[in-house]
Write a protein that binds this ligand. Structure first.
Ligand code: SAM
Length: 236
């Protein structure tokens, strides 16, 4: 287990995030597992624990307030479990699905879920394009979340088909969020998206992360998502 550094506890106070001791301990166990497994195969470029508490744990948890009212959440391209696993640890009352196309990553996620004893998490080793066309997952989630999977115009095609009408997609983005949104206008309209809002993820901290919220207003037409790979090769 990794002990939470004082800087993390201070940052939580600064951003108004309150976590109980059990959640902090579990986050430490998860981070330990992530950084140890990362020595064997690549899950994250961030290797230094204190930085990982900020960039992985705190940035992921910055999405918590945006999950209000949601029961089912899917993390698209979850990789080593970000942002989905910290969110699942901090909100055990919600059901999370962690989706990743890479077998090795999905196996890591399954191990992490079992070792942490999380009963509110399901791992799905599938492409988002396939899940988005399967009746079991299409338009079934209150919220989709995602970090570092692609630019907004690609990401919208991978995520919005999974979200039910009146649900939302929440992206954790960097400084390029605004420019990406300007290029995503067509995708937004075609896929059933509506209003878009952007917020500083960690106000009062020196951190570039941006939370983008996309509301879904209409059903996604049946031809989307297109076949695996096409959203990235020919973005809308
Ligand atoms: N979200 C994690 C994070 O922030 O650390 C992982 C980011 S990693 C750069 C991108 C992940 O998205 C990879 O694990 C990859 O396998 C997954 N991915 C990319 N395209 C995907 C798709 N079409 N369907 C499912 N997973 C996908």
């Amino acid at each position: 287990m990794l002990k939470a550094p004082q800087s993390f506890l201070d940052d939580c106070k600064t951003v108004g995030l309150s976590l109980n001791d059990e959640a902090i301990q579990m986050l430490g166990r998860y981070l330990h597992l992530l950084l140890e497994t990362n020595k064997k195969f690549n899950l994250t470029a961030i290797k230094e624990p204190e930085q990982a508490w900020r960039r992985h744990i705190l940035e992921s948890l910055a999405l918590l307030p945006f999950l209000e009212g949601a029961t089912t959440v899917i993390d698209v391209g979850s990789g080593g479990g970000l942002p989905g696993l910290p969110l699942a640890i901090a909100s055990p009352e919600r059901r999370f699905t962690l989706l990743d196309a890479t077998g090795k990553k999905a196996r890591f996620l399954e191990t992490a879920v079992a070792e942490l004893g999380l009963t509110n998490v399901t791992v799905l080793n599938e492409r988002a394009e396939t899940a988005g066309q399967s009746p079991q997952h299409r338009q079934r989630y209150d919220v989709a979340v995602s970090r570092a999977v692609g630019p907004m115009n690609v990401l919208l095609e991978l995520t919005l088909p999974l979200v039910q009408v009146e649900g939302r997609f929440i992206a954790l983005k960097g400084a390029k969020a605004e420019a990406e949104l300007r290029d995503a206008g067509d995708a937004l309209v075609v896929l059933g998206g509506g209003e878009v809002e952007a917020y500083e993820a960690l106000p009062n901290l020196e951190d570039e992360a941006v939370v983008v919220v996309v509301y879904k207003l209409a059903t996604t037409p049946p031809e989307y998502p297109r076949r695996p790979g096409q959203p990235k090769q020919e973005p809308l």
